[in-house]
Design a protein around this ligand. Structure first.
Ligand SMILES: *Cc1c(COP(=O)(O)O)cnc(C)c1O
Length: 384
């Protein structure tokens, strides 16, 4: 059976299958082994040492590549380790242009770690393509974007950026964590590298930390494979298995995530105490039409502001919720609420944070797959 010919919903189920020859197990076994026996030096069944490769990890890597429409997939011990590997493909003196509306940990890694190695990062608004073009020079080697962005849920036009990076021969990487390949596949739109914090929607059950890189470019794949093995930030077989298992229900989870998000966005949007709702499915979202074009639905990440934008009001609101859990992270089956200014985005300097819209009053939701009516009454009680 040629797996790539199947529809996405089938590939989500069958894409990571390996032939288990021993007993015909339907799920790939969890290969808890650090090493593999060799008949003669160098003569083995495909694996030598589990940092370089492990069959459970291979099953996951091929599944993630398959559903992102990529040829090569690599799993890492966390999303951050995956991003770290991409930047390690660069050289001192190189420059990167990134969205200013970025996951806090990514900003910290770029700014506080890789700046030391003389890689320069420009954090800019991607809302106008001219602004992006202005920051490209001869040293620019990579454009790094998230879309939807975190936590302002802005949308970046992937095809437009891809034509710009093509023109200038620079790499284009998309952190696809918020959308998941169910909603959006950047490689199909011209991106060179897709990155995931599989910790979120891919694994989907808030029980594992794992990262991924997917590409169709053999040169990039070889560099990433080298770094994955040389630096060694690989996930263990159990985490690979949990992620593989989680992905098998990605499509049905995402459907419910999106359905619930739509109901909640509409509820918040008509609530008298709410001033702004940031969700790309709303017609008044500035990039609603771009989202409609490049995503198959609008996702379940949203942020909102109350009319009373004080820190104390925001703290009270998030602490009163009972069905939404106040916690970092996103993308699990359970609904989470977060306060970006003091949680996920606390590592970004206050003036930068506020300039990007992350005010003290901003509240972020990761809408789960519970009963929508329970989520709505929870929000209603908390906002009062
Ligand atoms: C969580 C997250 C990361 C980091 O991933 P980890 O798995 O926590 O290391 C990167 N980007 C985005 C958009 C995230 O939400």
């Amino acid at each position: 059976m040629k797996k790539t010919k199947l529809g996405l919903n089938s590939r989500i189920i069958h894409g990571g299958q390996i032939q288990e020859k021993g007993y015909g197990a339907v799920m790939p076994p969890v290969y808890f082994t650090s090493t593999y026996s060799q008949k003669k030096p160098g003569e083995h069944l495909g694996y030598e040492y589990s940092r370089s490769g492990n069959p459970t990890r291979t099953a996951l890597e091929s599944l993630m590549a398959n559903i992102e429409s990529g040829k090569y997939g690599f799993a890492f011990s966390s999303g951050m380790a995956a991003i770290d590997a991409v930047i390690k493909t660069l050289n001192p003196g190189d420059e990167v242009v990134a969205t200013n509306d970025l996951y806090g940990g990514t900003y910290r890694l770029f700014k506080e770690l890789f700046s030391k190695y003389n890689v320069t990062f420009h954090f800019i608004s991607f809302e106008s393509i001219e602004n992006v073009r202005k920051h490209i020079n001869k040293k620019t080697k990579l454009i790094w974007v998230e879309t939807p962005t975190n936590p302002m849920i802005r949308i970046i036009d992937i095809k437009k950026i891809a034509s710009l990076t093509n023109e200038h021969k620079i790499l284009f990487a998309v952190d696809n964590t918020f959308a998941s390949p169910y909603l959006q596949r950047p490689l199909e739109m011209g991106a060179d590298i897709v990155m995931h914090s599989a910790t979120k929607f891919l694994a989907g059950h808030s029980d594992v930390i794992l990262g991924a890189l997917i590409t169709n470019n053999e040169t990039i794949a070889n560099k990433i494979k080298f770094i994955q093995n040389a630096s060694g930030a690989i996930p263990g077989p159990m985490d690979s298995y949990l992620t593989l298992r989680g992905i098998k229900t990605l499509h049905i989870r995402m459907q419910r995530h999106c359905e619930n998000a739509k109901k909640i966005a509409n509820f918040l949007n008509s609530h008298p105490k709410v001033s702004n709702v940031f969700w790309p499915g709303l017609k008044d979202h500035p990039a609603h039409l771009v989202a409609k074009k490049q995503m198959s639905d609008y996702g379940s990440m949203m942020s909102f502001k109350l009319k009373d934008e004080s820190l104390s009001k925001a703290f009270k609101t998030v602490s009163r919720m009972r069905v939404f859990t106040l916690a970092e992270s996103l993308g699990g089956v359970e609904s989470l609420v977060g306060h970006p200014a003091s949680m996920t985005h606390a590592s970004i300097p206050k003036n930068k944070r506020i300039k990007n819209g992350v005010s003290d009053g901003l509240i972020r939701l990761s809408v789960g797959i519970e009963e929508a009516s329970d989520l709505i009454s929870d929000l209603d009680n908390a906002i009062k």
